[in-house]
Write a protein that binds this ligand. Structure first.
Ligand code: SF4
Length: 344
């Protein structure tokens, strides 16, 4: 049973204005209902770091794209995976664990970055670039559809983009869809010719260097942590450019007491809850897609086991190959068991 007072003490650290004791009574009742349905349906709930704070309360695992893919692949006994994140993430869970029912509680929760590259445009661009570069390799960020992953040689996340591109045998690499992450990696890999796709995350692109500089000037000693999806002039101001999971670890292990997390606001909420003894400032923007999934959506998805992610098997296998390649190029020992059977 969830206790409203305990919830209030915890959630109000994330957003003191929104979570009142009354709201927490309603939230506690919904969380109890979800806990009951989860057991009845034999389901696990995975949640991305940018989700609403109350969603964290019912998640079996909270993480970034890489952590969630690994976790999804390891779900063995549960019948369903309820994926609280955006659509491409739920697709990735289905790609790595096709034997489970993957439920995405709100169909509208897409991703503006993933929408910037489709498989038709990618096929045309590859054909075009291969006329100039016969060794062309394709690396796609995990924020892509399964169909785009299926056309790529390797997938990557913000935590391992540099490592994946560095390990590709090709000198010429088309990186898509995020030009900011691609540029960030290219700056650190002068031996590679990284060709950027013209895409970006609308949320991270809106964060301005002036807002970071103002907070840093006001709080000497503050550590600035920026996501590499941010613009170059923002990332250059950071003490560290990190994935969301990297930011959580950094804040937990650093001797510093004050941090500015420059990314989507959900991460600041999570940091405030998970690292309560330190102080977090915000230069963040809200991703409306990440906030679309509500507790009511989770209840409805568990009641009906819908909306389910369904993928064409050819596309799924192609996407699985590019995800497997990511692990082969970086941490082979971490390859999820479900992907192992096709490795030589
Ligand atoms: S923050 Fe950007 S990249 Fe992440 S889900 Fe939202 S739109 Fe997509």
């Amino acid at each position: 049973m969830f206790d409203a007072k305990e919830l209030y003490a915890k959630l109000s650290r994330a957003d003191a204005g929104f979570y009142t004791l009354d709201t927490c009574h309603t939230i506690a009742a919904k969380l109890d209902r979800i806990a009951e349905l989860k057991q009845r349906r034999n389901a696990v709930i995975l949640a991305h770091n940018y989700q609403r704070p109350e969603i964290f309360e019912i998640a079996d695992y909270i993480g970034d794209s890489l952590g969630l893919s690994l976790q999804a692949a390891e779900v063995k006994t549960a019948e369903a995976i309820v994926f609280c994140g955006v659509h491409f993430m739920a697709e990735t869970a289905k790609v790595v664990n096709p034997g489970r029912k993957v439920i995405h509680p709100n169909r509208q929760a897409g991703c503006s970055l993933a929408d910037m590259a489709d498989e038709v445009d990618l096929a045309v661009r590859i054909k075009d670039l291969r006329r100039q570069f016969d060794d062309l390799g394709i690396v796609c960020y995990v924020n892509t559809t399964a169909a785009v992953k299926a056309l790529s040689d390797a997938c990557c996340t913000s935590a391992n983009a540099i490592e994946v591109i560095a390990a590709m045998p090709n000198r010429n690499i088309l990186f898509l869809p995020d030009c900011n992450l691609g540029r960030y990696a290219a700056q650190r890999l002068p031996e590679k010719n990284v060709i950027l796709w013209d895409g970006f995350c609308a949320v991270h692109q809106e964060i301005e260097p002036a807002s970071v500089e103002a907070i840093r000037a006001a709080y000497p000693g503050l550590k600035v942590l920026a996501h590499p999806e941010c613009r170059d002039d923002v990332v250059r101001l950071a003490d560290a450019a990190l994935s969301t999971a990297g930011m959580v670890k950094y804040a937990q292990n650093s001797p510093a007491q004050m941090f500015l997390a420059v990314t989507e606001c959900g991460l600041s909420d999570l940091l405030a809850i998970q690292v309560p003894n330190k102080q977090f400032f915000r230069a963040c923007k809200i991703c409306r897609f990440m906030k679309m999934i509500t507790l009511d959506d989770v209840i409805s998805s568990l009641e009906n086991l819908q909306p389910e992610i369904v993928l064409d098997e050819g596309v799924r296998k192609g996407a699985e190959r590019s995800i497997r390649r990511m692990f082969e190029l970086t941490v082979k020992e971490k390859i999820p068991p479900t992907l192992l059977n096709e490795i030589d």
